[in-house]
Design a protein around this ligand. Sequence first.
Ligand code: COA
Length: 281
Amino acid sequence: MTIEDKKFKTIKVEREDGITWLYFNRPEKRNAMNPTLHREMWDALVELEQDPETKVLVLTGAGDKSWCAGQDIRETFRDRIRERENNPGARREPGGPRYDWSWGLLSTFAAPTIAMVNGYCFGGAFPALIACDFAIAAEDAIFGLSEVNWGILPGGVIPRVVRDVMRYRDALYYVMTGDPFDGKKAAEMGLVNRAVPREILREETVKLARHLMEKNPHVLLGAKEAFKVSQDMNYAQARAYVGVRERAMIATDPEKGREKGMSQFLDEKSFRPGFGAYRRE
Ligand code: COA
């Protein structure tokens, strides 16, 4: 049985030409994340990480209105909050801190990941957005850390991770006002790489995915891990870790990219590393 045949209720998976499209799929609820969605995302990501057809993963929202409207205020919060407070074991529930598919799985996913933000992106959706290696938004997508508007804090890892991608003043401004902003503003602040007109959002996403697919996937994973893991280290630790990570990567690279690249540049003189990837068979 392929992953497309699985009977997911709240997500959808489509695979085409190396790109796996993973959808938040509750358009009637603006793709808000309920416990079932958290569980299904976890299961799908665990499976997709082993899938050789998934060269690039794109996370997007079903329908034309919303990427993800954050946590489901009814199902994830109102129906469960008391239960969680009184039961430490519930920390391992879908949506709880020990069941965190976005920061726990997606941010370290083996293949490159792109958030294609096709509409609303609120509150609890921010960790998934920032966990993706790249983000492209529709210019008219609407973002917001809306938590303060309804009486809670941007929770979990949100206050920590918004500072990974936004400047201090911008991050604190939106954490404390809860004001919405559009895709253009998100790009200006560095929350997404680019904002493009909605009509070309998918095309631009596919273009980026194909660009990534030209490169050695083993090396891309090494580069992503070296970047992400070293952020929390001091300089000496980072230097040591990155050195070890690179040696491990070179030693285990199934396509021996380093030798190939050097030989194509130095011996064959058939490519310029400064302008693009070496030729892969
Ligand atoms: N949790 C639960 N339900 C949600 C939801 C959420 N985060 N976001 C939207 N929905 C539901 C609505 O309750 C409504 O359900 P109903 O049809 O059963 O009444 C449906 O989705 C459509 O929402 P509606 O508000 O009518 O759509 P809209 O297009 O006018 O507005 C939003 C869309 C996203 C701007 C608005 O729904 C909203 O502000 N949602 C909350 C966003 C938020 O603050 N998320 C942070 C949570 S951490």
